[in-house]
Design a protein around this ligand. Sequence first.
Ligand code: PEP
Ligand code: MG
Length: 591
Amino acid sequence: MARRVLYGIPVAAGIAVGRAHFLDRDWFARASYHPIAPDAVEKEQDRLRQAFAAAALDLERVLAAVPEDLRDHAAMVEAHLLLVRDRKLQEQALAAIAAQKINAEWALERAVAAVEATFTAIEDEYLRSRMQDIRQAAERVLGVLVGQAGAASMTQRGVLLARDLSPADLVEIDFAKVLALATASGGKTSHVGILARSLQIPAVVGVEGLDGTLAGELIILDGFHGRVLVDPDEDELARSTELAARFDDYQAVVLRSCHLPAQTRDGFQVQTLANIELFEEVVAVRDLGAEGIGLYRTEYTYMNRETPPSEEELAEQYLDLASIMAPQKVVIRTLDVGADKLTSALSHRREANPALGLRAIRYCLRHREVFRTQLRAILRASVVGNVHLLLPMVSGIEELVEVKKFYREVQRELAAEGVPFREDMPFGIMMELPSAVMTADVLAQEVDFFSIGTNDLIQYTLGIDRTNKDVSALYQPLHPAIVRSIKWVVDSGHRAGIDVCVCGELAADPFCVPVLLGMRVDAISLNPRSIPSIKRLIRQTTMEECDALLKQVMASQSVMRSNRLVREMIYRHVPDELLFSVSLLGEEVGG
Ligand code: PEP
Ligand code: MG
């Protein structure tokens, strides 16, 4: 293929060179219909049988390779294997080929759709949620039919390309083999980017022109500038090697000082905490200079498994986390499922506007048993270390009162059973909906701390889908509406005497951090890999400068002017940051 450059949104810093592996998860959407001649029926049926057999073999191989400690993962693969081996789906599709004289792909799609129709009519939510497994199992077969392999079949290290990757896909992927990743969809703060940053995998999302024709090509993935270079020439390869080496050196330098406090030159200190998605990340967190965990996104434990985790399993995990981090704090956020974070273990209805639907606390209030199990586990863990409880997506006082009522009910239950817990475990809420922001003064009276989720706050305030690349340029963290919202929340929290943390990606953005410092946030919580460079940046600034900057940014009526102001300030202090960090500001847009 001829040399070319594709552009997207840079979401995780770094640069890597490797062969492209294309993961196509959207086969059903594109399984096309074509009629076949009556004498081709038998051949088509054979093709389908062979695809089922190959998919079963593939799953057996995956199952054998699942490590001992990932038993839940193995259970999911086993379930898919059973479904692929099960004759019913295969027979339905074979019959459709014969009766309707259609190709194997379409016959399989028809068979799955027929099963889906029966499941949709069933009231039982658990049974209905099994549909997702059937679809995923059938996807394996369809993958064989269309000549594509799944992520698990990535046998060599390479650059992973996909149209889309769901958080569940990400958990399934063997990241040891992924040098870098790029997707055709996605926005500045979609979860694929967040996870890529945590795992230190260079990533670009929303790449224009990314498709299956790139499979097998040599690729340079430039996570600094959001570029995918296909079939690069010698010069480009040399330049990327040099940039990768400079990035390694830069990281080594910032890492050396990561245990120093995040204190400005004139003595203002901000607590620097880590956001984690996977329990396993906790090992690296301390080494990167985090002073605690400011956000544990617990929903990832519910992904890629048959049934939701039990209270025992959760309690054990949270207790481990609390004791590993003790005496530092661990903020456990209750389930934030829904929208783009769907899980196989929990049921989700199809929604027309999922980001505005049954997500996070709304899901938990509707599915009380799931919520109860998690709250019990968190309460049980509260006796160790320094555990904080955080609720996502709270929209206003009534909802908060309802949650608190339920929380007290769960506490009473545990007390009656004689199970110990810390009654005054700090209780906080995410500030990520405009309605919560506008009523921050009221909400502050009811909680022990605020944590500002800027990823969603920007999405909901500016009306921009955070996963949609087409509106990504409008995703502006320094929009006056966002700056004023954050300032109002910080001030409201402080007037009520509670701490305010910022845990969205904005807290990892070198250009935005001085503005947050000017607002006197008490803590920032960010992806662990960004902690060393953000701490270094804080140590090179003064509060006097941050105050002056904030004043100017607050007075600014334009995003472009605010972006220019913060860029100028960072240029003055730490020019390296510009080369090696990924910023949410992006290109300057508008007039
Ligand atoms: C946020 O919205 O800023 C946040 C931290 O939560 P999440 O990214 O998990 O939605
Ligand atoms: Mg959020």
